[in-house]
Design a protein around this ligand. Structure first.
Ligand SMILES: CC(C)(COP(=O)(O)OP(=O)(O)OC[C@H]1O[C@@H](n2cnc3c(N)ncnc32)[C@H](O)[C@@H]1OP(=O)(O)O)[C@@H](O)C(=O)NCCC(=O)NCCS
Length: 391
């Protein structure tokens, strides 16, 4: 065999991707984790062993951040000091606030977030310290600070004054406050908090895998999270909640849902917010968000989006056996809370910051560089010819 390995073996003899199921690394275990687990057949999700339904009903997002980073729910004293640290970290660095007017004018919210997180690395008080303690602080700073970036961006692009963080408000409530300039009702704050919990982690999805690959090279926390945001940007991953909202707006009323779904499927277009790489039944987060969509719609006197969503769900199941994923009912919840459609994916990112950073720390704690194989399917035994003789 030649040094390049092209001396005789054929692609089909190599030990690599062979079946369509394996394309996209389905079923491949890329890491061991204590953070979250999914039972795709039965539609179950756990964070550190706790069912998502219990966490959504009973814990705050801050407790979930603690759970993902320290693998146990906090005591009251632990939570108090954890929350105090996070509140102290909410202020954006001056450099980022200075550059935000340009970002608000020139870039999409996801590009802004990616750029701001990357820039924040230069201003992190822990600098290039990569000790476990420094990495926990960096992680919590990112969790605490990214909502500020997003709120500042939105205020500036809509010609409004930036709003300073409110030290008396919890994480999700403070975000709504900085976004709108008005303290949210407890009910709205609680709904947003629950959506943050639902988005906080989800095993080896594309963005988390990206973060772990970058971490496995021992690149720094901010680099890994910048890459994760880039991966989340695509419509097949995080972009789906925005696309789902655009679809609901295009449908416009419940009686048009079925025809719309049929048309889309006939055109071989995806129904955004439906289907999942792992769940073979309804995503358990979608079940919770469906209830929140109804309750939030009722409370705000605007059930239209819930009612259209319900009809789309019925049609998608009937026409192609498709179930909604987390992004589908999140769209109507966020819309009724007054969140602009193009902030829905960045909000997913802001909430997922908890899981991403925890996965990066888990990767650092037991690391081996991630380096999968590929299956070569191009021609072999090519013969080099001088450029003048190439046809
Ligand atoms: C999430 C997603 C990328 C998973 O892709 P996947 O693992 O390749 O999906 P599956 O293997 O289960 O697909 C099985 C079949 O259902 C179809 N399908 C899956 N999701 C669909 C959707 N949302 N709309 C229409 N058809 C869909 C596939 O095209 C495939 O059809 P085929 O057998 O006729 O080729 C895919 O469902 C999708 O693109 N969904 C829309 C985007 C979205 O909501 N993303 C957020 C995920 S949390």
């Amino acid at each position: 065999m030649s040094e390049t390995g092209h001396g005789g073996s054929t692609a089909s003899e190599t030990n690599a991707v062979r079946t369509p199921q394996e394309k996209g690394l389905r079923e491949v275990v890329a890491a061991q984790t204590r953070l979250s687990d999914i039972d795709g057949e039965n539609g179950r999700l756990w964070y550190a062993g706790y069912p998502i339904e219990d966490l959504a009903a009973n814990t705050t997002y801050e407790e979930v951040v603690h759970l993902l980073h320290r693998l146990r729910l906090p005591t009251r004293a632990e939570l108090d000091s954890f929350v105090e640290f996070m509140i102290e970290q909410r202020e954006a660095d001056k450099f980022i606030s200075d550059v935000m007017p340009t970002l608000a004018q020139q870039t999409s919210p996801m590009s802004m977030l990616r750029t701001s997180v990357s820039a924040a690395s230069a201003y992190d008080p822990d600098g290039w310290d990569s000790s476990p303690e420094a990495n926990e602080r960096k992680a919590l700073r990112l969790v605490a600070r990214t909502p500020t970036f997003l709120a500042q961006y939105h205020r500036l692009r809509t010609g409004q004054e930036m709003v300073d963080p409110h030290a008396k408000l919890a994480h999700a409530a403070n975000f709504l406050y900085m976004l709108t300039g008005v303290e949210p009702s407890q009910e709205d704050a609680d709904v947003l908090d629950t959506t943050f919990t639902l988005y906080a982690d989800h095993t080896m999805n594309a963005s988390t895998f990206t973060a772990r690959i970058i971490a496995s090279t021992l690149a720094d926390m901010h680099s890994a999270i910048t890459g994760a945001i880039a991966a989340l940007k695509g419509p097949l991953h995080g972009g789906a909640n925005e696309e789902a909202m655009k679809m609901l707006e295009e449908i416009g009323s419940p009686d048009r849902a079925e025809a719309h779904v049929k048309d889309r499927l006939a055109r071989k277009e995806k129904i955004m917010g439906f289907g999942h790489a792992v769940y073979r039944t309804m995503d358990p987060r979608a079940r919770i968000l469906k209830r929140l969509s109804k309750e939030t719609g009722e409370r705000h006197g605007d059930l239209r989006w819930y009612e259209i969503s319900e009809e789309v769900e019925r049609a998608a199941l009937h026409e192609k056996g498709l179930n909604p994923n987390v992004d589908f009912y999140a769209a109507s919840v966020y819309h009724v809370l007054g969140i602009p459609t193009d902030l829905m994916t960045p909000i997913f990112a802001v909430a997922r910051m908890a899981g991403w950073t925890a996965h990066v720390r888990e990767q650092y704690a037991d690391n081996r560089i991630i380096r999968p194989s590929s299956e070569y399917i191009g021609p072999r035994d090519q013969v080099w010819v001088p450029i003048e003789e190439r046809g």
